[in-house]
Design a binder for this molecule. Structure first.
Ligand code: NAP
Ligand code: FE
Length: 361
């Protein structure tokens, strides 16, 4: 049995926002535009959003305080700005951080939430509409209902069928300014999502063609993009793979492959994609006997062995040793064990197994 629910209106391609932006006409009258410090402007996306808004007589307020791994404080500050200015919808521009923040601000403002109430999907009775304009090729958040927010040393996601963006505009041209490290790490985040579509106990065969195609794009294209960052066609391929990853996890959700990286990000400041890349081999080895057919299908599709795939990851720079201290390992493993994604692993994973993986990093 499987199910599929994808309520996002997606526009993909060069200049899609300028050409199709009129579809936001009836979404609202005043937008809170949510961004990070500089990428929305640098990528060109903010300029086009402002141009389209002006044409449609939509007014806006800019909230550009979102940092990587958005904090709960920034969400409440953004919600205050949204309410004070009588906004009625949100436009998130950037990587996963600002777009996830736009989703979270929408939820807080619409439901008058406090503190960590945001993590409980039962508190989401309604939302303000969310428009997403991604500038990275990684999270796929433009096609998922999830938002990942950090509260103190806890990084965790939430989502409900209501928190899918209403409309997303994916223009690969907005990703051309990504620096090398962001390009690499975000692509590996997308690869994690695609693999997790095979790992998750909520596997959905309908998206298998996307999984196979997306994994192949990343395996065959990422090295080239890193060498030719100005190549639009290659950037476009990566953005397609990232979108596939988002569509996949919107149906299957994620697993230990994702939750094990969260504390590494909060404690050591590793980017989300880097954390995913460092644990990828270890998780694949743990899951392999339980999803052997699915993973063998991947390796056949890539025309490589598991060992060759691991060498490719190493060459990209994901064979970093963290040498975590034993006290930290015990504490992090307990936290990871409690995370929601643990319910979807292809096998029952005990806390000792998580400790073992952390001690190998
Ligand atoms: P990000 O944290 O949004 O951005 C990383 C860095 O890249 C920032 O410094 C950002 O600058 C910069 N950047 C973004 N686009 C750029 C561009 N086109 N040109 C130059 N610089 C650019 O990165 P991300 O990996 O996309 O998002 C990670 C977050 O998403 C994590 O919190 C992760 O947990 C979450 N996530 C969410 C989902 C989901 O389904 N919702 C799935 C996976 C991950 P600025 O600060 O100036 O913007
Ligand atoms: Fe991710």
């Amino acid at each position: 049995m499987f199910q599929y629910f994808m309520p996002v209106e997606l526009h993909f391609g060069k200049d899609c926002l300028r050409k199709k932006g009129m579809v936001i006409r009836n979404i609202g009258k005043k937008a809170l535009i949510v961004t990070g410090a500089s990428s929305a402007k640098k990528s060109g996306a903010l300029g086009v959003v402002e141009e389209v808004s002006a044409k449609l007589s939509i007014s806006s307020v800019l909230y550009s305080q979102i940092k990587e791994n958005p904090s709960l404080e920034s969400i409440y500050e953004g919600a205050e700005k949204f309410t004070e200015n009588d906004c009625d919808f949100l436009i998130g521009i950037g990587g996963g951080s600002p777009i996830d923040a736009a989703k979270a601000i929408s939820v807080v403002a619409a439901n008058n939430l406090k503190g960590e109430e945001i993590y409980n999907p039962h508190n989401i009775a309604s939302v303000y509409p969310i428009i997403a304009v991604p500038t990275t090729s990684g999270t796929g958040t433009e096609a998922t209902p999830y938002s990942v927010i950090t509260s103190g040393d806890k990084k965790a996601g939430f989502g409900s069928p209501k928190t899918f963006p209403k409309i997303s505009f994916l223009d690969p041209a907005f990703t051309m300014t990504m620096p090398e490290k962001v390009t690499r790490d975000t692509a590996i985040d997308a690869l994690s999502h695609l693999l997790e579509g095979l790992y998750s106990s909520k596997r959905c065969p309908l998206v298998y063609p996307m999984i196979m195609s997306g994994i192949r794009i990343i395996y065959t294209t990422l090295d080239k993009v890193l060498q030719e960052p100005d190549n639009y066609e290659l950037r476009k391929q990566l953005m397609i793979a990232s979108l596939y990853g988002g569509i996949v996890i919107s149906q299957t959700s994620t697993t230990l492959q994702h939750s094990i990286g969260y504390p590494l990000t909060t404690k050591y400041g590793l980017s989300h994609g880097l954390a995913n890349g460092i644990v990828m081999k270890h998780i694949m080895n743990l899951y392999y006997p339980y999803v052997e057919n699915e993973l063998d299908m991947v390796f056949t599709h890539l025309n490589c062995t598991k060992e060759e795939f691991f060498k490719w990851l190493d060459k990209l720079g994901f064979n970093i040793s963290l040498n975590l201290e034993s006290d930290y390992i015990a504490e992090a493993a307990k936290q990871i064990y409690k995370s929601r994604n643990m319910a979807l692993n292809p096998l029952k994973v005990e806390v000792e197994e998580i400790e073992k993986i952390l001690s190998r990093l």
